[in-house]
Design a protein around this ligand. Structure first.
Ligand code: 26Y
Length: 824
């Protein structure tokens, strides 16, 4: 028993190898000859998990023994990706594992590639949550993630005839070796029913929620391995389970089957991630998902708190709850309900505790993404919560000075209820009011919050809004995704940068070192070869490794302006055809990204990119100087291949519309130069890398605002005065890329012309082309280009999510690192 015990912890090559063989036989149930790659992945993951468990328990025990203040990150999305390389790397046993596999005649890459992506998120917001988990664990912060264990993650995207088609993503099909099911951690969550008023023991009015349907939330825990393996935190995801609390005796046949059916249907709650990025759907199932995981998480948080406490006044000193956007904002009403209805606190005490516990992060100002649930729906699904929301609203509006001033317009803007049209609950207002701190995710975005959606609230609570510029984890996005560059950096400055990215500034000097530049280029070229092979495998297209890899990877959305990039692509194509004797800098335009399944315009843009690719890539007159590829099924794993290979990073949203962006940070850290607008975190990236090392173009947020305020502009005039833009648009509109359906792109042309060009694509086109030319010109000078690329990498240290999380820890959460005791 004892030797086996040691075997499970052993971190050397022999111990790992023996452990693999044991797991393969006794848990996967295969012998080495019959094992598939997937079997080997499960084997290795289970053996690696063994190396985590003791330290995980030590961590949890230390938090408990110290009664440390914990932070709970509530998020409907965690876009994690694969975990094998991440776990090995953070445990420091990548090489040992590779050698152990080698001795078994296996390739580490094959084993790693058998892991499906955990894609429990749409894009930036979900990936940010995953980076924060890594950073909290890596810094020893007592942080828990809470979310939903979706059976189906974000859909798989394929192209059929150039159109996006969605397929279910069955990441759990073959089991998930990283998670631990906790069937004993089970909480009831209620829906529907009605509220009964009664008199409590002292004769006060009290309320109970009765005749409700019940679903159970069951916990699944995934260990979150911090860098170095000292701290192992927990991601707890809830899965819906039917209750068995129906009375078998009282059914006739038909009613019995109906009752069982209802139970089965209740498990649909955790079935699937909603695939919308920034467009609210208002579907009842989505509201139920939000309440389901929020309620279960709060019950769990209170249970943990009550292990050490008998009253609630210390809750804010022991728990910080961060709301990742408004998706879990119903938690504010839920905590009030738990404290007032179940634990009999006085309203005002409960409210003070609630506000001191919650904080809220806003991720978007787009009106179509602001959640506003119909009052009628909340009344039906969560009747007690609707009462509580009314009560919060009434007390707040009574106290505000707008009432005293008789400023009814302001009062109605501050209200939790939007009374224009169908009455709705403004979840952003609820989140703001129920939190002690509210933050935006970049300096610009936070300023715009103060000036626009939360202007009235900011006036009312001037200390509440604060900025926390996003960051990315350097472990996954540099060390793991880019071993070539990571190893080069470490040979020059040591490995301190991995846990303290500010140290990467030591590379600044090396920008002027001709040998270092050569090695930096070699690392980039290696990554470009890897991407070229991936492109060939995925699309059949051969691209030149020495062309500029001009990369735009992100969700497909009009505000992100993939169309601007496409128009430039067509214009460049025309120039190359017109001037075949010029020696062009070869360009490879790389696109990737999913469109929400119901976002028709975004799907049409996908088809357009594929159609343009077909024409451009097969036109011999451009002599391979231009290639266009749209890679299918962009996800975390694809990003890890694409980002390290990029030369040019496209961050070209309409100014004022991208809250922050985080892909922009990943690309710049990996030595891509940014071509971008002064939007989101691009503004701060410019400040850090220096204006000479970035290509900025286009209107500013203020100019965009002024233009819109003054009634917009006439895109027809802009188009008429720019021949290359006119020609590109004419080609799209006359079917040059869609000879089989010449009207296919009418909606796009319409949006850019008579539609008023809401996203200012035509307005920014000329300046974008100027910036593109500057980039292509610079690329002709490899030494200068590399110098700037190095300065990008060297100056991106501040954008580590370690820095971001530390700012939250100090200024919002008041939580401190705990050093787990591993000797107990
Ligand atoms: C309400 C529902 C449909 C909804 C679902 C997902 C609304 C919004 C979202 C996702 C938003 C999102 O991903 N926002 C992004 O957050 C990133 C992290 O802060 C930012 O970097 C990025 O600019 C922003 O678009």
């Amino acid at each position: 028993y004892k030797s086996r015990d040691i075997e499970r912890r052993s971190l050397d090559v022999d111990g790992l190898k023996r452990s693999f063989l044991e797991w393969l036989v006794y848990s996967v149930g295969k012998d080495a000859r019959a094992a598939t790659r997937r079997d080997w992945f499960h084997t290795v993951a289970l053996a690696v998990r063994d190396r985590v468990v003791d330290r995980w328990m030590d961590t949890t025990r230390s938090y408990y023994q110290e009664d440390a203040k914990r932070v709970y990150y509530l998020s409907l999305e965690f876009l994690i990706g694969r975990l094998l390389t991440n776990s090995l790397s953070n445990l420091g046993i990548v090489d040992e594992c590779r050698q152990a596999l080698d001795r078994l005649g296996l390739s580490m890459e094959d084993v790693v590639d058998a892991e499906p992506d955990a894609a429990l998120g749409n894009g930036g917001l979900g990936r940010l949550a995953a980076c924060f988990l890594d950073s909290m664990a890596s810094q020893g912060l007592p942080g828990y993630g809470y979310g939903i264990r979706y059976e189906f993650g974000l859909f798989e995207q394929r192209f059929e005839n150039g159109w996006q088609v969605e397929y279910p993503e069955q990441w759990l099909q073959f089991g998930n070796p990283w998670e631990f099911a906790r069937p004993e951690v089970l909480y009831p969550v209620q829906f529907y029913g009605r509220v009964e008023e009664f008199r409590d023991s002292v004769g006060d009015r009290a309320y109970r929620w009765v005749d409700a349907d019940r679903v159970l939330a069951m916990a699944y825990d995934t260990p979150v391995v911090g860098y170095g393996g000292d701290t192992i935190n927990t991601l707890r995801l809830w899965s819906a389970r039917a209750t068995r609390d129906f009375n078998f005796g009282h059914f006739n046949d038909g009613a019995y089957m109906k009752a069982v059916e209802q139970k089965i249907l209740s498990e649909n709650l955790s079935r699937v991630l909603y695939p919308n990025d920034a467009t609210e759907t208002g579907k009842e199932l989505r509201l139920k998902q939000e309440y389901f995981f929020t309620s279960a998480s709060l019950q769990d948080i209170l249970r943990r708190y009550l292990q050490h406490h008998t009253t609630f006044e210390n809750l804010p000193n022991k728990a910080a709850i961060q709301l990742n956007d408004t998706h879990p904002a119903i938690g504010i009403a839920e905590l009030m309900r738990l404290l007032v209805d179940q634990h009999a606190l006085r309203w005002d005490d409960a409210w003070e505790i609630t506000r001191a516990t919650f904080a809220y992060t806003n991720h978007t100002l787009l009106p179509e993404a602001l959640e506003a649930w119909p009052v009628r729906m909340i009344e039906r699904v969560l009747p007690r919560h609707m009462q509580i929301i009314y009560e919060i609203n009434a007390k707040f509006l009574n106290r505000t000075k707008a009432r005293a001033d008789g400023d009814n317009a302001r009062l109605s803007r501050l209200s939790l209820i939007d009374e224009r049209g169908e009455r709705r609950v403004r979840m952003g207002n609820l989140a703001f009011l129920g939190s002690h701190k509210v933050n935006g995710v970049s300096a610009l975005h936070t300023e715009l919050m103060k000036q626009t959606v939360f202007a009235d609230f900011h006036e009312e609570f001037p200390d509440r809004i604060n900025n926390k510029t996003n960051g990315i984890t350097p472990r996954r996005w540099l060390k793991q995704a880019n071993p070539a560059l990571s190893e080069l950096i470490t040979t020059r400055i040591g490995e301190g940068w991995i846990s303290d990215l500010s140290q990467i500034a030591a590379l600044r000097d090396k920008a002027d070192d001709v040998v270092f530049r050569e090695e930096f280029r070699r690392a980039k070229r290696k990554n470009k070869k890897r991407l070229a092979a991936y492109i060939a495998r995925q699309t059949g297209e051969e691209v030149l490794v020495d062309s500029i890899f001009d990369v735009q990877v992100k969700r497909m959305h009009e505000y992100k302006r993939q169309l601007l990039n496409v128009l430039h692509t067509i214009a460049l194509y025309n120039e190359m055809r017109d001037n075949p004797t010029v020696s062009w800098v070869p360009v490879t335009k790389v696109f990737a990204g999913k469109a929400a399944p119901s976002y028709h315009m975004a799907k049409l843009i996908i088809k357009l990119i594929n159609d343009v690719a077909k024409v451009v890539n097969h036109d011999p007159s451009v002599h391979d100087n231009l290639k266009v590829v749209l890679l299918p099924n962009y996800n975390v794993t694809a990003a890890e291949i694409i980002i390290p290979a990029a030369d040019l990073s496209e961050q070209i949203s309409t100014a004022g519309m991208e809250a922050s962006g985080t892909g922009n940070m990943k690309l710049a850290l990996n030595g891509a130069l940014t071509i971008g607008t002064l939007d989101g975190a691009n503004v701060e990236i410019r400040e850090h890398v220096g204006p000479d090392n970035i290509f900025i173009f286009g209107m500013t947020a203020e100019e965009v605002n002024d233009l819109r305020a003054s009634g917009g502009f006439n895109p027809r005039e802009v188009i008429a005065s720019n021949p290359s833009l006119k020609r590109a648009l004419d080609m799209i509109s006359t079917g040059a890329f869609s000879p089989d359906d010449r009207n296919r792109y009418h909606p796009i042309v319409q949006a850019l012309t008579d539609g008023g060009d809401h996203f200012l694509v035509t307005a920014d086109f000329a300046d974008y082309c100027r910036a593109q030319e500057a980039a292509m010109h610079l690329y002709r000078d490899p030494e200068e280009w590399t110098r700037k690329a190095i300065l990008n990498t060297a100056n991106m240290g501040w954008f580590s999510s370690d820095r971001t999380v530390n700012e939250y820890a100090g200024e919002v959460w008041d939580v401190h690192p705990v050093h787990p005791n591993h000797d107990g």
